[in-house]
Design a protein around this ligand. Structure first.
Ligand SMILES: Nc1nc2c(ncn2[C@@H]2O[C@H](COP(=O)(O)OP(=O)(O)OP(=O)(O)O)[C@@H](O)[C@H]2O)c(=O)[nH]1
Ligand SMILES: [Mg+2]
Length: 259
């Protein structure tokens, strides 16, 4: 018996949400990986339907991490700054391709004096969201350090990275274009998917979190399939062999000896 209440109707994903910019995307496929679609139809997703995936949100103080999470989870926006002390978290339930899937969003403190507490919660993340302020170039430069710190506690080869520019409502179109150029470069260097959002207006917030949920789900199912079936002769899962995967094909090509 399912004792959980049904997932909210606006958290149901039947299709793969698309990336914002093809130049800095984790992959550019139009749909979920065919193996994932097939596994979901046959309910062969292993523990994925029961698992809670951890996502950590890091970045400089006051870039808007808490507001971003609150806009998505509670549809609220607070114009007054209240620093996060240590960490906070929100749980968000989705249904992806008919399978229940939950994201635990860890909102960490950007203030230096709380960083020590916050970093103890970095471990075990499936996705890392690095936020910077689109109107503050220093916050973009600092994203590399935030990433380095977060990766110390996680496996860089399996974690999904997202670079998110916040407060888009405060940039003029011309300012935005300039900042986006730099941000795309940083995203490509760190192999992260780039997004630009505004928590004040809500622009791209829902689209962004749906993309995070979808890609985290997809990666989890592929990992489960690899664990359970990849070793069977004639049923080898080629997770990294898709040409539409920008970063993996660009720099992490598998040796040709792999079947
Ligand atoms: N105009 C505008 N202001 C924003 C936006 N997002 C956040 N802010 C404001 O920026 C300030 C900081 O936002 P927070 O979300 O608290 O920042 P934070 O990154 O969580 O900060 P720490 O918890 O200290 O790390 C607040 O005054 C927000 O109202 C946005 O999209 N647009
Ligand atoms: Mg905060």
């Amino acid at each position: 018996m399912n004792i959980l209440a049904p997932v909210r109707r606006d958290r149901v994903l039947a299709e793969l949400p698309q990336c914002l910019r093809k130049e800095a995307a984790l992959h550019v496929r139009k749909d979920f990986h065919p193996r994932v679609i097939c596994a979901c139809q046959e309910h062969r997703t292993g523990t994925v339907g029961f698992k809670i995936s951890k996502v950590i949100v890091v970045g400089d103080l006051s870039v808007g991490k808490t507001c971003l999470i609150n806009r998505f989870c509670k549809d609220t926006f607070d114009k007054n700054y209240k620093a996060t002390i240590g960490v906070d978290f929100e749980m968000e339930r989705f249904e992806v391709l008919g399978i229940p899937f939950s994201l635990q969003l860890w909102d960490t403190a950007g203030q230096e004096r709380f960083k020590c507490i916050a970093s103890t919660y970095y471990r075990g993340a499936q996705a890392i969201i690095i936020v910077f302020n689109l109107n503050d170039v220093a916050s973009l430069e600092h994203t590399k350090q935030w990433l380095a710190d977060a990766l110390k506690e996680n496996d860089p080869s399996s974690v999904l990275l997202f670079l998110v520019g916040s407060k888009k409502d405060l940039s003029t179109p011309a300012q935005y274009v300039l900042m986006e150029k730099d941000a795309l470069k940083v995203a490509q260097e760190m192999k992260a998917e780039y997004w630009a959002v505004s928590s004040l207006t809500g622009e791209n917030v829902r689209e962004f979190f749906f993309r995070v949920a979808a890609l985290t789900f997809e990666a989890n199912v592929l990992a489960e399939l690899e664990k359970s079936g990849a070793r069977r002769i004639g049923d080898v899962v080629r997770i990294h062999s898709d040409d539409s995967n920008l970063y993996l094909t660009a720099s992490k090509k598998k040796p040709t000896c792999c079947p």
